[in-house]
Design a protein around this ligand. Sequence first.
Ligand SMILES: [Zn+2]
Length: 174
Amino acid sequence: MGTEEEYVPGFGTHVEGSGIYATLVGEKVVDQDRKVSIKPAALVPALMGRGSIVVGVIDEIFEPVALVRVADIKGGERRRTHNEYYCVLHASRVRNGFVKTIRTEVRIGDIIRAIVDDVDNGETYLSTKGNEYGVIRAFCSRCRHGMDQKGSRVVCPKCGSAETRKIAEGYGSA
Ligand SMILES: [Zn+2]
């Protein structure tokens, strides 16, 4: 992050030799006294409450849950952050009605629009119930190419693969 000549070590840092290193994952912050500290990524979800709208990328899927990497928050007022953090989308919160496997609804790499349903114990739970929420950009699970909406499905223009998604209204325009 820098040296002791440049900065005073602060929260979330440690000194090794003459260098200052981050001990936490988060955003580097330097104050007017040249104190360098880390604003932990885990604190960011405190900005979000029930009803905040987020756009994120499906990063991992562990049935019945998808981990969503969120980098952009739209709430009552628009907020942006350069931090990234993870929210949880559970199969039961994908759509109204039973979802057997979350892979029929979202795939790794897809971009989704979702609403914060609950914040509990440091975890942020998203919901994509409602027409306006769901996948706004799908990527082919075979060849990773962007997919086009065809009715209630998405089709890959490159390899022809047809897949299912929980598609948001305005798919592809966001
Ligand atoms: Zn494809």
